[in-house]
Write a protein that binds this ligand. Structure first.
Ligand code: ADP
Ligand code: MG
Length: 253
């Protein structure tokens, strides 16, 4: 890489994945610039979750290359986790639809645990950082509550704070508001908007068209494991040329 500073935060080339003999991803490529926000939309079953799971190797692609800040972390031959794969998982954060918090731990402990285990931070260091992040996502008064005492929107904000605590270079979101009551979604979208405005590099699978219009620079429309269209969010979400995308967006708007 002759110009590492100009390298994309994340670069995926020709990502392919099959489950059994079923081709799920048929060669997906994308360069995500530093500070860029990409929304991934598309019908259920089109491969959105599989694709972003491939980007931090929760799923191992069958083929393709992956670079993080210009540094190769996966090539077509490398099929087993290596040191660089483990480091990739720390550098690429993930926020799931289903929060995945520890139900027996408080919000503060949920945010602190991975910092101690994965980053080796001390109890004090991790608590201080967790408090700061929980305040930032609007949960100052809820730090000592367990997930069962929090609304879906509050739990998802704990999960976002937990991801931020790893100081990731990129955050992947997989339908972060789909499991949350509509009236609680707005507070999660507000946190995501603030992150985007703060310059975080983000890829977000979402059905929230209004949010995507406002927060995403580009939109990737996936259908049948392929990129059907990729372009500026304003164009794709307001005036899509493709009839299938137009119908999809109209149904969600
Ligand atoms: P989306 O997120 O767009 O709804 P997914 O990536 O979850 O789509 O799924 C795409 C296809 O891959 C679906 O047909 C799904 O059943 C299949 N699939 C996903 N994960 C697995 C798996 N672990 N084993 C077998 N099939 C899977
Ligand atoms: Mg999905």
């Amino acid at each position: 890489m002759t110009n590492p500073d100009g390298a994309p935060a994340l670069s995926a080339k020709n990502i392919c994945k099959s489950f059994g003999d079923k081709k799920i991803l048929r060669g997906i490529s994308v360069d995500v610039a530093k500070g860029e926000h990409i929304a991934i939309i598309g019908p259920s079953g089109s491969g959105k979750s599989t694709f972003i799971r491939c980007l931090n190797l929760l799923e191992m692609p069958d083929n393709g290359t992956l670079r993080l800040d210009g540094q190769q972390v996966l090539d077509a031959e490398l099929k087993t986790p290596t040191r660089s794969v483990r480091s990739l998982r720390k550098r690429v954060g993930m926020v799931f639809q289903s929060f995945n918090l520890f139900s027996t731990h408080t919000a503060l402990e949920n945010v602190s645990l991975a910092q101690r285990l994965a980053l080796g931070r001390t109890r004090d260091e991790s608590s201080t950082r967790s408090e700061e992040l929980l305040k930032r996502v609007g949960l100052k008064d809820h730090m000592d509550k367990r997930p069962g005492q929090l609304s879906g929107g509050q739990q998802q904000r704990v999960a976002i704070a937990r991801t931020l605590a790893m100081d990731p270079e990129v955050i992947l979101f997989d339908e972060p508001t789909s499991a949350i009551d509509p009236e609680m979604r707005v507070e999660v979208l507000k946190v995501m908007t603030e992150l985007a405005e703060g310059g975080m590099t983000m890829m977000m699978v979402t059905h929230e068209i209004e949010f995507a219009k406002q927060a995403a620079d580009r939109v990737m429309f996936l259908a049948d494991g392929e990129v059907m269209e990729m372009g500026p969010s304003g164009q794709i979400l307001t005036d899509p040329e493709n009839e299938r995308i137009r119908r999809f967006v109209n149904a969600l708007s």
